[in-house]
Design a protein around this ligand. Sequence first.
Ligand code: ADP
Ligand code: MG
Length: 329
Amino acid sequence: MREQYLDPDYVPEVLPHREGEVAEVFELLKPLVEGRRATNVFLCGPAGIGKTAVAKFVMREFSEQAVQGIYINCWYHRTEVAVLTEALRQLSYPVPRKGRSVDELVGEFIQNISGERLVFVLDEVDALTDDGVLYVLSRTGLPVGVVMVSNDPYAMRKFDQRVKSSLSPVTVEFERYSVGELFDILEERARLAFQDYDPMAVKVAARLSYKHGSDVRYGLNLLLRAGRLAGKMGQRLEVQHVKGVEVQEDPKKERRQGELEGEHRLVVEALKTLGGRALSPELFARYRKIGGKGAERTFRKYVKELIELQLLDSEELLGRGKRRVLKLR
Ligand code: ADP
Ligand code: MG
């Protein structure tokens, strides 16, 4: 099994059933090819239905026409400084030293991109904590097309009216896939990933994905697990393997998109009651006190995940032993 083709981050050569959206976005951004300003776009719709894939696909097409692409997931780069720094890094400019003022950084960014043509993708744009970068991008006067992406159709609401009106993006709404469409998409990936498989297995995976909000990511994950199971049994992929695995919805995705739940929420709550800053054992004690159920090891796992989600920061203290301060971000 060639697992890389079932990786949700893999951007396929073709995107069945998203040809319309690809063409629409491409059309809006096309003036960039001639160095003119483009119409910005906002892609929205539920999770796992190809928004990111379309954005990356279009970016790749433009790169063949000397339009550079920048892809930023705002979940990981939430502030104006973070986004611009990452953009400079992707354009291979030396990353500015820390401690530079926002104005200097903006100046540097504008200076570096003049003469370029850019598609600037801001994925999960609702995660931005300020609209500074949107303001900057709306006013460069340069051939920059901004593609904003979100699961939330109202994501733009929280941003300043002036920023919104100078960006004035055209909204492209993504609809859920039908079972048949899911089958075509998963089939395409299955053909790449498996030497041999029963098409009925893909059909079942498509049906299950449909039940899970038409989330293709869910279907890919299902095929991956089922493929591993089949491999272990020395068989080709069959319906029984797809039915024999259980796929949790990507917990990271869930947590990212909604409120934090359960034990993770308790860890954050506990830290809040400690003023947003505590030594690890101190936090563990408080977490247990307010009803946390995890043992210390599990607690450490929650902490690690919260750090990955960039909700907590951890800092090693110098001195004897290994002591760690945890901070709310
Ligand atoms: P979203 O950004 O809407 O949450 P993604 O674009 O990340 O969803 O899609 C999830 C997965 O499904 C990715 O691996 C993507 O390549 C795949 N996918 C979604 N739609 C299609 C499609 N029409 N053709 C091929 N793969 C697709
Ligand atoms: Mg996405």
